[in-house]
Write a protein that binds this ligand. Structure first.
Ligand SMILES: Cc1cc2nc3c(=O)[nH]c(=O)nc-3n(C[C@H](O)[C@H](O)[C@H](O)COP(=O)(O)OP(=O)(O)OC[C@H]3O[C@@H](n4cnc5c(N)ncnc54)[C@H](O)[C@@H]3O)c2cc1C
Length: 456
């Protein structure tokens, strides 16, 4: 293939690989979607290298799929049309760290833990936490969030500026380092969440935040899932600024106990983290405890040193691995998000759908912002199990959209949520397709993702 020769000549042999192990590594992510190997993997070291790759791809009409840490859950980094995978491991530098401005500018391959290793030394943190040690490029491309979204929102709320290489090799900047701006159209917001379908992100300026002086974790239980969701809503309505607020259903706690030999009360549970000044946090914890007890909670427990906090939250952090510990087991998971008032209804529906499927499975999520997941393990070699597991996802996505919500709160569309885009966006999907056509007329950037009809 001529484009491979061109890549070797123009980039250099040491920045490309066709080894079996690299092709395999870039064929998949953490989802159950079928792997597809690219023809070649490129390892750019600079924006100029990415420009070279895009110009060759444009000239020879070859598909390009960016690959971050490969922790995506919807198949976004799978190069379904083969072609070029771009790996950002060598573009992982901090380009500028300005503690006084609370900003950091990085290349896309650095991970969130990598960013925090630099900023924590100055008492600052980058708080978006999707659980996995994802790359910043991947987190922007999926508009990731996670347990801290209730306080800090998603990546879109934390990005000030992007450098993007477009499909034709042109380089643009989408924002500035100013904390706010009313200038121009919001291209930063457009590229964030675009899953590598509109451009390749090569530089990112992020907002940073002070590390809170005091953190207290707590956990309590309720008799029903709906009670848990209503309690989460009451916390928000009371104005308590929780840092994290997570729900785990009793089936998942039982799975965790069995897997890790723990003895956590096997009830529907709410996990909290409160963070701020010492006196402010202590007051918030006391108010939250009183409120939860008024609503009928049991088993309230709180911890303020870091070891006890980690133990208290362990069940939440290890949950997906508790379900996946048997060999050959895959996980299907919904990622629905609804207005907070609709949450009690949707979590009850989720439990009902899982029971009806005949599979075991659990519910957990970031209930502080109306987002939760189901984890439904299935064995692909048992006929019918995958279909049942996928049905639980579909039923929930459809109901979430009917309730005024979305089929994906944070994992993104990728391959798995394409079929819900029309129902969720209606005529706006046409506008999105027009934007894709404008920015990527040859459809070389991560084809087959987000838009159902563009898969080849
Ligand atoms: C155990 C576990 C828990 C998780 N929990 C959460 C959670 O709570 N919240 C959450 O949001 N997610 C969660 N995820 C999903 C995942 O971590 C996120 O989707 C993450 O943002 C993906 O980042 P990545 O670097 O792994 O990207 P990849 O999976 O490698 O790629 C994701 C997408 O980003 C694109 N991309 C990567 N780099 C670039 C670039 N430089 N320019 C343009 N496009 C690019 C890829 O083409 C692809 O479309 C979880 C995953 C796991 C395995």
């Amino acid at each position: 293939m001529i484009f491979i020769d061109e890549l070797k000549t123009q980039l250099g042999q040491d920045k490309v690989s066709q080894s079996e192990s690299e092709l395999y590594r870039h064929s998949k992510d953490e989802s159950f979607h079928k792997p597809v190997e690219p023809d070649i993997v490129c390892f750019p070291e600079s924006t100029e290298d990415v420009v070279t790759i895009m110009k060759i791809a444009d000239q020879f009409n070859v598909s390009v799929t960016a690959h971050g840490a490969g922790s995506g859950l919807e198949g976004q980094a799978i190069p379904v049309n083969k072609g070029i995978s771009i790996n950002f491991d060598r573009m992982n530098r901090v380009l500028d760290f300005s503690p006084e401005d609370l900003t950091i500018t990085v290349q896309p391959g650095i991970t969130r833990v990598g960013v925090n290793q630099v900023t924590n030394r100055q008492g600052l943190s980058f708080p978006i936490d999707p659980g996995a040690d994802a790359s910043i490029g991947g987190m922007i491309a999926t508009n990731a969030s996670g347990t801290t979204a209730v306080r800090y929102g998603s990546m879109r709320d934390q990005v000030l500026d992007l450098e993007v290489v477009l499909a034709n090799g042109k380089v643009i900047r989408t924002g500035s380092r100013a904390k706010k701006s009313s200038s121009g159209l919001h291209l930063t917001g457009l590229f964030t969440g675009s899953e590598g379908t509109l451009g390749i992100i090569t530089e990112i300026t992020l907002k940073l935040h002070g590390i809170p002086a005091q953190i207290i974790a707590a956990r309590c239980t309720f008799d029903t899932l709906a009670n848990c969701a209503e309690a989460a809503q009451m916390i928000l309505l009371s104005g308590i600024q929780v840092m994290r607020m997570e729900l785990v259903d009793k089936q998942s706690i039982a799975e965790h106990n069995k897997h890790g030999d723990y003895k956590i009360p096997e009830e529907h549970s709410l996990f909290f983290e409160f963070a701020g000044t010492k006196s402010g946090v202590e007051e918030e914890v006391a108010t939250a405890k009183e409120l939860m007890e008024e609503l009928g909670c049991s088993n309230w427990i709180a911890a303020n040193n870091s070891k006890e906090r980690a133990q208290l939250w362990q069940a939440r952090h290890e949950m997906s691995y508790a379900y996946k510990h048997e060999n050959g087991i895959e996980l299907a998971g919904a990622d629905v998000c609804v207005p907070i008032s609709k949450l009690p209804e949707l979590v009850e529906y989720a439990r009902q759908i899982i029971e009806e499927s005949g599979l075991k499975g659990g519910i957990l999520g970031h209930v502080g912002d109306g987002n939760f997941h189901t984890l439904v393990p299935f064995n692909p070699s048992i006929p019918g199990e995958q279909e049942k597991a996928e049905y639980t996802n579909e039923a929930l996505a459809v109901r979430a959209i009917e309730l005024g919500g979305t089929c994906t709160g944070e994992h993104g569309v990728g391959l798995g949520k394409r079929k819900f885009q029309q129902a969720e966006h209606g005529d706006a999907l046409e506008v999105m397709r027009d934007m894709k056509q404008l920015l990527d007329p040859k459809n070389i950037l991560n084809p087959g993702k987000i838009f159902l009809e563009s898969i080849s």
